[in-house]
Design a protein around this ligand. Sequence first.
Ligand code: ATP
Length: 249
Amino acid sequence: MSDISISQLSKTYPGATPVHALDNIDLHVQAGEFVALLGPSGCGKSTLLNMIAGFESASGGSLLVGGKPVTRPGPERGVVFQEAALFPWLNVWENVIFGPKTAGLPKAQYEQRAKDMLEITGLSAFTKALPVQLSGGMRQRVGIARVLTLGSQVLLMDEPFGALDAQTRLTMQELLLSVWQNLRTTVVFVTHDIDEAILLADTIYVMSARPGRIATRIPVPIERPRTLDLITGDVFNELKRDILQKMRH
Ligand SMILES: Nc1ncnc2c1ncn2[C@@H]1O[C@H](COP(=O)(O)OP(=O)(O)OP(=O)(O)O)[C@@H](O)[C@H]1O
């Protein structure tokens, strides 16, 4: 398990009109912690996630994962986007083992792990299905199973349930809670949705825009294991009111 240590990180996208997307970000995510990045559109949530993933480089500051500077993408940092980018011509099993197989890892090891991850994501009966035969929620499950099979130390999720209908979204949140409860991977989860952030995270970082900054850090004082029932509870509502107020300022 890896921690993430970010100090004075900034990002300006170059161009005719440069965009100062992130300014002086300080953030420490402990190994095994579940962190949500919450904020309005354009505040730099995806930029920050993409920098941790190694897709974008920093304009200043430092970014360490497991004590090492991030210079490029790597299998120890698995990314799940809003749409799982599955290979349409490969079935679920082939999609899930594609990464470790291509990397030349020992077959016995990744096949067992793939089986386990398909089991905990509820996909064991669908290993032969092609992506086109699956619902959006199931395709996202494949995306999650694939990253977990890689054995990533850090899971980076950019609005992974943003394109799903409300009911499927709740099911997926429950699934992620139970998967995380088992594996305790370090997670950075980007969302617009306050309910989702409270339900899932240990700590919420609210970001503000232009340039993107961490406006406030909010620990979530709700015990685990968590279930969807807590969405209607008093502690939840109080915290939600508090976050809404902070976001308005
Ligand atoms: N490749 C890029 N080139 C130039 N500007 C960019 C690029 N990517 C993002 N931006 C700009 O950087 C700022 C932050 O964008 P980013 O996508 O990180 O925000 P976000 O909080 O994830 O937004 P959303 O919630 O809408 O996805 C925005 O002003 C955006 O237009």
